[in-house]
Design a protein around this ligand. Structure first.
Ligand code: G3P
Ligand code: MG
Length: 233
């Protein structure tokens, strides 16, 4: 089963930062989940939110700023003063940091309309970094997943769902996906069996309670995402 650190290891260090990714490596995880979107100047950057209020107390959209402007912002102090030097990373920087140690679940956040540009940049970067084999790309935007799979069939892709799907296999097939990433509270024995018997993968998020991790392990899910890597050991 894949042990996946959510936003790196968001319980131990500020989310989606070098410090969090280093914690994930130290903990011996298999994979990190990170959130990716485009900056104003179309760089693939690793940030979860639509704006910078929560992680930097700045009332601006991420997509309004260029990479050089985003790089000046402290995204660690909100978590703890000891992380004041943490800066927003590009996806390229994260790949370089974890290559050889961790695979990456790249969650694409679509806050802008330009699917095609993001897909083009993502596919090109993964090729350049020779990292295409080591990723699962996921998104709540199932149309983006479908387009991505069409443009690069070798990439492993999964649809994200937050509520109980009426017909999960239909959703997966409609997106031409390889699997599904459901919220853990929606994961039942029936769902896991249905998905896995049809040959698809199921990774679940974000599980921070030991009893739930035990339950999901016993159901034989393919992977579990947590903010606290120790819970998976
Ligand atoms: O990819 C799983 C999970 O990260 C989805 O929700 O809001 O934590 O990005 P969120
Ligand atoms: Mg995410």
């Amino acid at each position: 089963m894949l042990k996946i650190g959510h936003r790196g290891a968001a319980g131990l260090a500020p989310e989606n930062t070098q410090a969090a990714f280093e914690k994930a490596i130290e903990a011996g995880l298999d994979m990190i989940e990170i959130d990716v979107q485009l900056s104003k100047d179309n760089e693939l950057i690793v940030v979860h939110d639509y704006d910078l209020r929560r992680i930097a107390e700045i009332n601006k959209k991420v997509s309004e700023l260029k990479l050089s402007e985003l790089k000046m912002i402290d995204i660690g102090s909100w978590f703890s003063e000891e992380f004041a030097q943490e800066r927003i990373l590009t996806l390229a920087e994260v790949i370089e940091l974890v290559k050889g140690h961790l695979q990456i679940n790249i969650e694409v956040k679509m806050f802008r309309e330009d699917h095609n540009l993001l897909i083009k940049k993502l596919v090109r970067l993964l090729k350049e970094k020779n990292f295409s084999q080591d990723v699962i790309i996921s998104s709540f935007d199932h149309q983006l997943i479908k387009s991505l799979k069409r443009s690069k069939p070798q990439l492993q892709v999964a649809i994200l769902v937050a509520s109980v799907p009426v017909d999960p296999l239909r959703l997966i097939r409609e997106a031409d996906a390889d699997g599904i990433h459901p919220h853990y509270l929606t994961v039942t024995e029936e769902l896991v069996q249905l998905v896995r018997q049809a040959g698809f993968i199921l990774n679940t998020w974000t599980v921070n309670q030991q009893d739930e991790i035990t339950r999901l392990k016993n159901l034989n899910v393919d992977g579990i995402m947590t903010d606290y890597p120790k819970l998976l050991s």
